[in-house]
Design a protein. Structure first.
Length: 282
């Protein structure tokens, strides 16, 4: 990869966008690697999205991250080259290359990379997974896990029809079950993933009892505010390996930084400490 041009600019777009920690993550890496560049925030209303994406290069940006509520809309505004992003049907990273706007989704990568960093011996072969939720985050988690060769994924969503629809999108390895069937299904699970916002600060609690989950089964949560959700606390007390949501946020940022600034950054304990301190201050 060629060396980055001086003072390359990237940003995160969303509506709202002030809550995003992406500037802190990318700003840390820019300083750490001595790169002359910048990363900021752009509040872009839905009605202005197509125009903003179309003018991205003329506005001086080499690319952008995409956060809520724009990920699915941006998927239809850029070129998509990889199968994982086509499965997810949402884009969280855009870059400019030869006048083209190319988009991809790094959430699946971020989830799996963090899972492997916490559980280095984890392998997908023979693994049965329960994914809670059927939204965009669940799509990314499922795509990432299928790429790792897991044997079976069950989706439990409070609206069962939406869970069935998502299962049908991914094919024969994925099926749906009623939310009320979670307790009966736990004994055959090797990994449980909360891909909803339940349990997040300001959201309703995730009311699930992990009784019946086999010893050694891992529990992951995409929520990172709080860092230890009630689900993860319950799992930790029971002795299960736990995977928090902050690592997914950090790892999903890696591919974007690389395509914009020409360096593949590392997710380090020092970076995590910076983000944890910021979260603690809010």
């Amino acid at each position: 990869m060629s060396p980055p041009d001086p003072a390359r600019r990237a940003c995160v777009i969303g509506w709202p966008v002030a809550h995003s920690r992406s500037p802190l993550i990318h700003g840390y890496w820019l300083k750490h690697y001595g790169i002359e560049g910048s990363y900021g925030r752009e509040a872009v209303a839905p009605e202005d999205l197509a125009g903003f994406i179309g003018r991205l290069s003329s506005l001086g940006y080499v690319g952008c991250n995409v956060t809520l509520p724009h990920k699915e809309a941006v998927y239809g505004l850029v070129e998509v080259e990889d199968q994982t992003t086509r499965q997810i049907e949402a884009v969280n990273t855009v870059y400019v290359e030869g006048g083209r706007l190319i988009g991809f989704n790094s959430d699946a990568y971020g989830f799996v990379a963090h899972l492997r960093s916490v559980l280095p011996d984890w392998r997908g072969d023979g693994v049965n997974v329960l994914v809670l939720g059927a939204g965009g985050a669940a799509r990314a988690v499922i795509a990432g896990l299928l790429g790792e060769g897991v044997s079976r994924i069950e989706i439990a969503n409070r609206t069962e029809a939406r869970g069935r629809s998502l299962a049908g999108h991914f094919g024969e390895k994925v099926s749906a079950l009623p939310w009320t069937a979670i307790p009966r299904h736990l004994p055959v699970c090797d990994l449980v993933v909360n891909a909803t916002l339940l349990g997040m600060a300001g959201q309703p609690p995730l009311e699930i009892d992990l009784d019946g989950l086999p010893p050694g089964a891992a529990v992951a949560d995409i929520v990172y505010v709080p860092l230890e959700t009630d689900l993860l606390r319950q799992a930790r007390v029971r002795g299960h390996p736990v995977v928090d949501g902050l690592g997914m946020l950090l790892h999903q940022a890696v591919p974007g930084f690389e395509v914009w600034f020409g360096v593949r950054p590392q997710v380090t304990p020092q970076l995590r400490a910076v983000i944890e301190a910021d979260l603690a201050g809010n």
